[in-house]
Design a protein around this ligand. Structure first.
Ligand SMILES: [Ca+2]
Ligand SMILES: [Ca+2]
Ligand SMILES: [Ca+2]
Ligand SMILES: [Ca+2]
Length: 465
């Protein structure tokens, strides 16, 4: 008995040691249009080195935009492996480029990209979503929101120029790729509410299920309009712009290895499995909000196991105004009504106190999780405090450590000369130089008030001893 208690005590203590903040090399950047948003890592050429894809929007995103015409594209930077000093092992310009069709109206914004192998040839393909019109009341001509699939052609080492297009009734913001129906084929789960607008109440999740043949020319079924996730039907205060997939509701094991979904407004969409038909059904369990908790168009979410040795997936979110990170835990036990647990006081981590003069104006923040320091637990990296990425160190018990008076918890995403110009949007965590330490890549919107109006991506190499 005493041994057991002692072992428990040691494990408990270990699970609360977050360690010290990671250290970083000075960031370097690549110019990529005016308004880069979603980023994704994947090894396009199968050389073992992760390459970086970023979405850039078309011209005239905002009134007064000084840029001239440019198409919406996915720019993919090749990892050259030359990670010396200075560490700049990304190709100087995009090595692969995917251009979205002209039919997409300029005010529709491609928001999210994933490099993922859709057709089972091992080579990552491009999935890119289109959402978000600028004007909330006036559907533009050529209105064409949805999902675009560009397959990679290994023999030519290029991406196809003729995408397969999957229309959605409403714009997609972010999406996730996971197997939702247990057939081992990747499906796409899309949060469809546009970004800043609604033509109609559309807080819903749409799933594009993979067809049975991985190499089919059109690999997905048309959208499966799934579930309206706003229990109050209160569109204005509860946009659905992002979602995560994972094991959020345990029923003695997830049927068929399928995944549950949680969206911005934090309901659990519990996957009931695939027994009765081609596609699973889902049961929605709404979440109660804390007083003062806001969901906005710039919300983002990340899912991971933030509790040491726990099989359930937890969630961290980044809000927009006065950015703060909130952490939600999945219920561990079966039975009862599954809701995420969240302490309105102790599971909230404001980061804006550090920002000082750099109050963000962009309204698209990002959050990612990875082991960033030498500790054993998942940490968080979040934008929203320009030009910094805030680092929250995991304690292994779903709690995180950050000191907004300590610059060690904030790493600048921009070279010093550019710090005032950048609005850091999205962040991903990936080991670019294969040294076992997870690096960061951000997309940075240019500032309308400050030349040179270049959007960039930044690479921040982890130098933690
Ligand atoms: Ca590569
Ligand atoms: Ca492929
Ligand atoms: Ca599937
Ligand atoms: Ca690294």
């Amino acid at each position: 008995m005493a041994v057991g208690l002692g072992g428990f005590a040691v494990e408990r203590a270990a699970a609360q040691n977050a360690g010290t903040p990671p250290t970083w090399a000075a960031p370097f950047k690549r110019v990529c249009g005016g308004f880069p948003l979603g980023i994704s890592a994947g090894d396009v050429n199968l050389d073992g080195l992760p390459d970086i894809a970023v979405v850039q929007t078309q011209k005239q995103l905002s009134a007064g935009d000084p840029r001239t015409s440019a198409p919406a594209q996915v720019l993919i930077y090749k990892n050259t492996g030359s990670w010396g000093v200075p560490s700049n092992g990304l190709s100087a310009g995009p090595h692969w480029t995917v251009t979205l069709p002209d039919a997409i109206d300029p005010v529709l914004i491609p928001l999210h990209v994933e490099l993922v192998d859709v057709n089972d040839d091992n080579y990552p393909d491009v999935l890119v979503s289109v959402g978000a019109a600028e004007d909330p009341t006036d559907p533009p001509a050529g209105y064409a929101p949805g999902l675009y699939y560009f397959r990679f052609i290994p023999a030519l080492q290029v991406f196809a120029t003729d995408p397969v297009y999957y229309a959605t009734a409403v714009p997609i913001s972010r999406f996730r790729v996971a197997d939702m129906n247990g057939d081992q084929l990747p499906d796409v789960v899309a949060a469809t509410d546009g970004r800043a607008y609604d033509y109609s109440n559309s807080d819903s999740v749409r799933i594009f299920y993979h067809v049975a043949d991985p190499q089919a020319a059109s690999p997905f079924h048309p959208e499966e309009a799934l579930l309206h996730v706003d229990p109050n039907n209160d569109e204005a205060n509860m946009p659905t712009n992002t979602c995560v997939v994972g094991n959020f509701h345990r029923r003695g094991g997830i049927p068929g290895g399928t995944a549950d979904i949680v969206t911005d407004s934090m309901p659990i969409l519990s996957n009931n499995g695939n027994a009765s038909g081609q596609f699973p059904t889902f049961t929605i369990y709404p979440q109660t909000f804390c007083s003062g908790q806001s969901i906005s168009i710039d919300h983002d979410m990340t899912a991971g196991n933030f509790r040491f040795m726990n099989v359930m997936t937890d969630i961290a979110t980044i809000s927009g105004i006065n950015p703060e990170i909130r952490v939600f835990r999945s219920p561990i036990l079966a039975g009862g009504t599954p809701v995420l647990s969240h302490d309105c006081l102790t599971d909230v981590y404001p980061i804006s106190a550090f920002c000082g003069e750099y109050q963000p104006t962009i309204k698209l923040h990002g959050i990612a999780n990875a082991m960033l320091n030498s500790g054993s637990y998942l940490d968080l990296a979040a934008t929203g405090c320009d030009p910094y990425v805030a680092i929250l160190l995991g304690k292994g018990n779903s709690k995180f450590q950050i000191d907004t008076n300590d610059a060690a918890y904030f790493v600048s995403a921009m070279p010093a000369a550019d710090e005032l110009f950048a609005e850091v949007a999205q962040v991903i965590a990936v080991d670019l130089n294969l040294d076992g330490k997870i690096d960061l890549v951000t997309s940075n919107h240019y500032d309308l008030n400050d030349p040179p109006y270049d959007g960039t991506i930044s690479v921040i190499i982890n130098t933690t001893p």
